[in-house]
Design a protein around this ligand. Structure first.
Ligand code: MG
Length: 158
């Protein structure tokens, strides 16, 4: 059996916050706002995995209204999601992601982020890919006010 999953997330960028992508901190003047640590990539990947298995979504598992998830480590949430996916018998075939922001440049951090996600999802780094895109200055993301992620995964089950 094979199943695809799609995840999307957007976070506002704010001064005084860390810019985290897949557990990797990127030096930048602003970071993702959020109830958790704001790791927009970890959130989109979590939703892609849960969607592929039809298990739910991260808003349902870790509601922002719940103080338990205040400043939560989103990679911890992703590992929790992956444990549920694995328990249902699914394995990651591959994951591909698009990170959309005007700044900072994602490319210098790509290998670190791939490695971090590969470890969390217990899969070789070759199965994980991501790329950065800008919005060419258009809209909210183009004005540098937010960062967006689209994530797509393929899962398999014997
Ligand atoms: Mg989020």
């Amino acid at each position: 059996m094979i199943r695809t999953g799609l995840g999307y997330d957007i976070h506002r960028l704010k001064r005084g916050r860390r810019f985290l992508l897949g557990g990797v901190e990127i030096p930048f003047a602003k970071g993702e706002d959020g109830h958790s640590d704001g790791d927009v990539l970890a959130h989109a990947v979590s939703d892609a995995l849960l969607g592929a298995c039809a298990l739910g979504d991260i808003g349902g598992f870790f509601p922002p209204s719940d103080p338990a998830w205040k400043d939560a480590d989103s990679m911890e949430l992703l590992r929790n999601v992956y444990a549920r996916v694995k328990q249902s018998g699914w394995k990651v075939v591959n994951l591909d992601c698009v990170i959309i922001c005007e700044k900072p440049k994602i490319l210098p951090f790509r290998e670190l982020i791939r490695k971090s996600l590969a470890e969390a999802l217990e899969t070789p780094v070759e199965n994980i890919f991501l790329k950065g895109k800008t919005k060419e200055g258009l809209g909210t993301v183009g004005m540098g006010k937010a960062v967006e992620v689209i994530a797509q995964c393929l899962l398999t089950k014997e």
